[in-house]
Design a protein around this ligand. Structure first.
Ligand SMILES: C[S@@+](CC[C@H](N)C(=O)[O-])C[C@H]1O[C@@H](n2cnc3c(N)ncnc32)[C@H](O)[C@@H]1O
Length: 209
């Protein structure tokens, strides 16, 4: 069934009109920093499409490819979010291949991406009650907050091209734990961590050889 996007709220995300409702995480302006960093990486990346994991209503990936045009594949498990994503892409005049479902099920094993953007739920389960306005499935990162971060790193390990880059959003104070996790995935290394207003970003690259 199609979500009633006409009843949705609207948010201006750095010039993109993003529609969403209370079934979906509301756009957070500070996350445009992830789009801008991804756009920088896209400009210097090897050939290939961009993948966005945990895309929600799509604003982070859409802004990235508006700033640095490339083909975009978006993965999102929630049906309502996928409907908004398709509508938001259409309104922005951007073509997006939307894959609805869990990230470990909707990509073909042969697919490869030059840049991967990931915004997994990262709130530790015991703390989700602190965010009553947010859908639990959009923020619940499991017991240590890192279940979906691990899921994203598994996808990055399998689908990022050589010399490609990923930029993952993480929670406040999770940088050291994530920096410890990344080398356990074959060929991946942390290049840089950045602190943002309410979270962090980590750039992960795949070695060239
Ligand atoms: C933190 S929200 C981010 C949404 C969007 N990027 C934003 O900034 O508003 C995480 C998103 O991941 C989705 N998600 C949760 N588990 C997933 C999975 N296994 N595969 C794909 N998407 C998933 C949720 O439905 C939610 O939309």
């Amino acid at each position: 069934m199609t979500a009633p996007v006409s009843d949705a709220q609207r948010h201006d995300f750095e010039g993109l009109t993003i529609r969403y409702d209370d079934r979906v995480l509301a756009p957070r302006d500070w996350t445009a920093a992830q789009s801008r960093w991804a756009a920088e990486l896209i400009r210097g990346a090897p050939p290939g499409p961009v993948l966005e994991l945990c895309a929600g209503a799509g604003q982070i990936g859409l802004l990235a490819v508006r700033l640095a045009p490339r083909s975009l594949v978006c993965v999102e498990a929630d049906h309502a979010a996928c409907d908004f994503l398709r509508a938001n892409a259409l309104a922005a005049g951007l073509r997006v291949d939307v894959r609805e479902g869990p990230m470990d099920r909707v990509l073909d094993p042969t697919e490869r991406f030059a840049v991967i953007i990931a915004d997994p739920p990262w709130v530790p389960r015991r703390e989700v009650g602190r965010f009553p306005d947010d859908p639990v499935t959009a923020i619940d990162g499991g017991p240590d907050g890192l279940d979906l971060v691990r899921g994203c790193l598994s996808v990055v390990e399998r689908h990022l091209v050589r010399a490609g880059s990923a930029v993952l959003q993480i929670g406040p104070g999770q940088g050291a734990a994530v920096a410890g996790l990344v080398p356990t995935y074959r060929g991946l290394r942390v290049v840089e961590l950045r602190e943002l207003e309410r979270g962090g970003l980590v750039r992960v690259d795949r070695a060239t050889a």
